[in-house]
Write a protein that binds this ligand. Sequence first.
Ligand code: SAM
Length: 253
Amino acid sequence: MLVDERFASMFAEVVDEGSVVYEIGCGLGSLTLPLSRVASYVFCSEIDPSLVKLLKECRGGMGKVDVVLTDAVFFTTSKSRHVVVSNTPFYLSSRIIAMLCRDASLVYAVLGIQREVGERMLAPPGTSIYGRLSILTQLCFSVEKLFTIPREAYKPRPHVETVVVKLIPRKELSPESIEAVESFTRSVFPYRRKKLSTGIVLGYGLKKEEVRRILSESGVDPDKRVDEISPDEALSLALKFSLTSRGLSTPRG
Ligand SMILES: C[S@@+](CC[C@H](N)C(=O)[O-])C[C@H]1O[C@@H](n2cnc3c(N)ncnc32)[C@H](O)[C@@H]1O
């Protein structure tokens, strides 16, 4: 739990006055209270029934706040424009990114994440930590690093420091495109240090000649390593190979 109120207030300072806010994992409401002072309404999800009970008992006076006992993964946000805030449960960070990519009404998200997860999100192609999370995050969002929260600001103290980032939606991807990118990176990243053509042959079980043809038509070097493809290349290849692997031909040229 974040006990240093200065850092809790810093989350709320980033949120525009009057926003509708969805908070994931409100715990005992460290962020919820300052958020409720700037937001027009705060909808919170929390999976732990004992925390929800305590929060309702201790902080019953919080106006404009709705606390829902649920798994955030099943918590549906409204169609109206909203901001998502979370001092994320670390095990859920990648899942939250995948959810936010699909959230068409998201204005921006402010997330506290494990420092190492933040580094993976921002990693450039070709680095050892660049991977599936980097590709999805960088395709969907511009990422701005806001501030760091030291371990001492929590009780109990976590093992790692938190970085707080703002994710601003970058380009609108259809749910099908997001699925395709997730499926493509899931198929080829197990072969991250192999040549791209080999990674795709192994990941999709396609013939080498066909893979090389599609790569050369796409203007992507078949000999670069899997972990050297940019997020935009991953998207364009994902769409082509999702058609090919379903037995639908990719248009030539
Ligand atoms: C890092 S704590 C943050 C708590 C509080 N917001 C704070 O900043 O002190 C993460 C919270 O997320 C809750 N949580 C974990 N998994 C969740 C899930 N799947 N859905 C909703 N809440 C979850 C935990 O019970 C915990 O209260």
